[in-house]
Design a protein around this ligand. Sequence first.
Ligand code: UT7
Length: 334
Amino acid sequence: MSLTRAAITSVGRFLPKRILTNKDLEGIIDTSDEWIVQRTGIRSRHCLEPGLGNSYMASRAAKDCLKRVGVLPSEIDTIIVGTISPDMFFPSTACLVQKMIRANNAWGFDLSAGCSGFLFALTTGTMFIESGRYKKVLVIGSDVNTIYLTPEDRSTYVLFGDGAGAVLLEPSVDPDLGIIDFEKRIDGVGEPYLQVKGGGSRRPATLETVKNNEHFVYQDGKTVFKYAVKNMADVAVAMMERNNLQNSDLDLFVPHQANLRIIEACAKRMDLDISKVIINIDKYANTTCGTIPLCLYDAVDQGRLKKGDRVIIASFGAGFSWGGVYLRWAMNST
Ligand code: UT7
């Protein structure tokens, strides 16, 4: 019996209206547009208005995704939200999204895997479709990262933005198209290098955790950088080798957008021309779980993806967590 393949059949997104440029940050912290662009490739980022929460963005990305393909929320059977910034510990953001979009027949959950949350959610949804049990899985990557930033740490303050992307997974009509292969990995060695220490069960919120800035992101940038380049490049190359792909066979590489220098290093390891890499870190900064669906959205919007195209996706994030996906694009060009 042949496997039911999962295919992405729609993409959607939501970006908050408020944009902060590097120049704007120069007025808040000791930094410069030149430093940020040279070290990261970032020029601006979107910021959600305080008090709205992740579900505000995630539900709008979901609605956009469904509207584009004419699927009703009531047809969705599963909602998976990859995120590191849920509205609250519980209930899950997926429950809030379910209510906001009126997906009355859905079940779902949040998936926490650092910046790999969307890739892990995408491949989890893929297995649900492959099992034959579910037919319409909404996969969302959404993060309000600005809640984790303090002007007291300029090295992280400039790196992150807010944003959400969503894709719809359905059984592929063409068995040659859709999600073909993937690999996912975690290694807890990453714990001290990239974390939000306070607010969980080990260090619940107290006056002391607030005073010590434990509710903001901490990153040892240099160490994370080294692991990111190695693991993202390794998994992308593994996807190519396992699927007998030469660099000339590949149409698009979709990397997590944490740093332009990491993206360029991965492309080099894959021996891939940079014109085959989707890059939008300049506009959105690192939106953690949002980066990959926002890249897919931009690729579709810019006409850079056509039916049958061979695509590799790669992610890396806190944990550490990382992964790769090989797919053949199944959507018609718009
Ligand atoms: O998505 C999750 C995964 N995350 C990542 O993959 C991020 C990986 N890491 C990185 O992208 C980079 O390490 C950073 C962009 C975070 C930092 O770049 P770097 O080249 O490693 O810079 P650095 O931390 O070594 O800092 C170099 C200098 C330091 O000054 P001194 O000590 O050389 O005098 C910093 O104090 O740059 C200074 N610096 C800044 N200067 C202006 C740090 N942050 C800033 C800033 N503006 N915002």
